[in-house]
Design a binder for this molecule. Sequence first.
Ligand code: ATP
Length: 503
Amino acid sequence: QEDKFKKVIAHAKEYGYIFGSSEIYDGLSAVYDYGQNGVELKKNIREYWWKSMVNMHQNIVGLDAAIFMHPTTWKASGHVDAFSDPLIDNKDSKKRYRADVLIEDYAEKLNQKAQKEIAKAKKRFGDDFDEAQFVSTNPRVVKYLSKKEEVLQRMAKSLDNEDLADVKALIEELEIADPDTGSKNWTEVRQFNLMFGTKLGASAESATDLFLRPETAQGIFVNFLNVQKTGRMKIPFGIAQTGKAFRNEIVARQFIFRMREFEQMEMQFFVRPGEEMKWYEYWKETRLHWHLSLGLGKDNYRFHDHDKLAHYANAAADIEFNFPFGFKELEGIHSRTDFDLKAHEEYSGKKLQFFDPELKESYVPYVVETSVGLDRMFLAVFSTALQDEELEDGTSRVVLKLPAVVAPVKAAILPLVKKDGLPEIAEQIVDDLKWKFNVIYDEKDAIGRRYRRQDANGTPFCITIDHDTVKDNTVTIRDRDTMEQKRVAITELKAIISEKTDA
Ligand code: ATP
């Protein structure tokens, strides 16, 4: 799996998807740039989300709030006081880690041991295998899984009680070592606020301390009444937004899974108090459905319902995805109650209420939020799509089986040779298609190599112009996944590409 992750990172760079930030200066930790293909893939994922959330729901509208917000926003939201992670340093390696992540990784290893035993037994017993029975009776599996639960519960309890000494004690008892050096020489655990500070204003005396937003949600809350009134929205309704967020994360080589500057796609759904659980369930299902529609495989997703809730929530679940390093959070669905709007009422002195014409009363709405990281979506899509495929003739190919709807380049237009009028016809086809689809022209190298290059680039279609094209206006169109080639009329191309790449 570690190997797979390395391949993903190398491929993302080689094909112009992701570069380290300011690489010529040796980069900046946990900050990344998206290259010529990456920017298209990212834009397409964003658009796929936007269409299904905003265009497909008559009662959801968009917003683009500024990254800078009045500093009191973050006092009201609780971020100034409570947006922190427990941090621990290794005295020998001088490396810094999140204490909770070290413990979670330990628990995940126990889980993997249990899964290995289960897989072995499955192989041994074949069709007769009763998994539930095995999991509850096999002594090793029982031991691993109960230890895992015990560790996670103890950590949750210590964090809840803000008992950081016990978090450290747990790390020592489990003999957790620095993943890089194996050293077990740890400092105390302490809380570290994740918000980036900056200053607004020219002179030192008059400058105001600001934060870069650590989530996009607050821009939606403070605009709740603006949108509701001007859009004449009736509850239930939602406001959706995509945009950058910033967190001073403690990170260790997780590529774009955990970044310091990243992009969120969030939707806050405002509902009647008391109806939030109904909508929470609705959005859990709807969001899972959205993920499944990309076709990355049902088994790659699972829900994780939270026992430990954030200060603002009365229910919360993650949609976890099977990344190259195991199942991790991809999206959060949170029932945030009226915590945020009430807090903003209190701090701003302005009412943030809705007059419900059916109930004939005013109230502060409850909120159910869906929040997904665009970069994490990118990683989920990209890492699952990247495959080494053995072919029937004994050779192999690297293919990036991106869902066609989000693929950066939809078709490559390839003249078989650089003469006999074939490049001119190819250019004409490019001109016909380029307003609707991102297409590229490529005439370098033998046709087989050009196909392989497009496979690795994730391009769903290759269109080849040959000498028959001159006679009958037909071309071959090759499908990336099946490698099948078909002869079709040039006039059919738009419809064929649309059928596969339209949402
Ligand atoms: P984690 O537990 O992984 O730190 P979180 O619970 O803090 O995530 P939320 O605050 O719920 O995350 O943010 C919503 C979504 O934003 C997450 O599900 C994730 O997809 C994305 N996200 C959060 N932090 C980062 C980050 N540092 N880099 C990339 N994406 C992130």
